[in-house]
Ligand binder design. Structure first.
Ligand code: KIV
Length: 277
């Protein structure tokens, strides 16, 4: 399979992404809306409709209250706003953990109602049976191991994983289980470099890191974090590529000042009535 970047108009498939392993770094970024998808689509391989939208767009404290309907609405918007990247949609908390059959029914809704290429779900060994059930029935799955935000209460907070030997062994088992169950790629979040490296070299599917070092096969960032549009909490691993939040504030301040001083709208912004003759 070719690893040459595809032209706009030819969407990346999950098979293209899997074939990048060991050949090309994979570029993934989150997108939640059609206009943001349009801005970023040509530059990346994967647009991830992450359930981080609960915090970033809706001001929630965690991802736990995000619903299937929210993910479907945002997933469909991102598919409509893109034509190049492989779109992956997060399955929200409580939509896939209870049983493989319930997971299939909810994943099928997401695939059918958004037009996305794949779903992502959190969990390693414990979700392997479900991932195998889904992939055997035509649902492409991206795994997610390491720091899994939907388990924030069980993990005791958003802390880096893999610092102890026991935890690094568990994480290795998680990555292997997800890969053997048929996932085409796996997000590795908040994991120490040595473990991320060991995962990357020992499983045949791409690892996509976030806070998991350059040892991974690809990287993912939350777009609003790297663009300076979300400042409630910025993890150490985020690189800021722009400060758009500041630009939004100063643009809106300038608009407010113009309205108050009656400088806006100016004559060039006014539609004159057609003369009746
Ligand atoms: O929800 C999300 O945005 C994610 C990424 C941070 C990997 O899962």
């Amino acid at each position: 399979m070719s690893t040459t970047p595809k032209k706009i108009g030819q969407r990346f498939t999950v098979r293209d992404i899997a074939a990048y392993k060991g050949k090309m770094p994979i570029v993934c970024i989150t997108a939640y809306t059609a206009p943001m998808a349009e801005f970023m689509d040509h530059a990346v391989d994967i647009l991830l409709v992450g359930d981080s939208l609960g915090m970033v767009l809706y001001g929630m404290e965690s991802t736990l209250a995000v619903t299937l309907d929210m993910m479907i609405a945002h997933g469909a918007a991102v598919v409509r706003g893109s034509k190049h990247a492989c779109v992956v949609v997060d399955m929200p908390f409580a939509s896939y953990q209870a049983s493989p059959a319930e997971a299939f029914s909810n994943c099928a809704k997401v695939l059918a109602q958004t037009g996305c290429a794949a779903v992502k779900l959190e969990g390693g060994v414990v979700m392997a049976e479900t991932i195998a059930f889904l992939t055997a029935r035509g649902v492409p799955v991206m795994g997610h191991v390491g720091l899994t935000p939907q388990s924030v209460h069980q993990l005791g907070g958003y802390r880096t994983r893999g610092e102890s030997e026991a935890e690094s062994e568990d994480l290795m088992a998680d990555a292997k289980a997800v890969s053997e169950a048929g996932a085409f790629a796996v997000v590795v979040e908040g994991t120490v470099e040595s473990v991320a490296r060991a995962m990357t070299t020992s499983i045949p599917i791409p690892t996509i890191g976030i806070g998991a070092s350059s040892a991974c096969d690809g990287q993912v960032l939350v777009a609003e974090d790297m663009l300076g549009l979300f400042s409630t909490f910025t993890p150490k691993f985020v690189k800021r590529y722009a400060d758009l939040g500041r630009e939004v504030t100063s643009a809106v301040e300038a608009y407010a000042a113009d309205v108050r001083a009656r400088r806006f709208p100016g004559p060039e912004h006014v539609v004159a009535a057609k003369s009746k003759s």
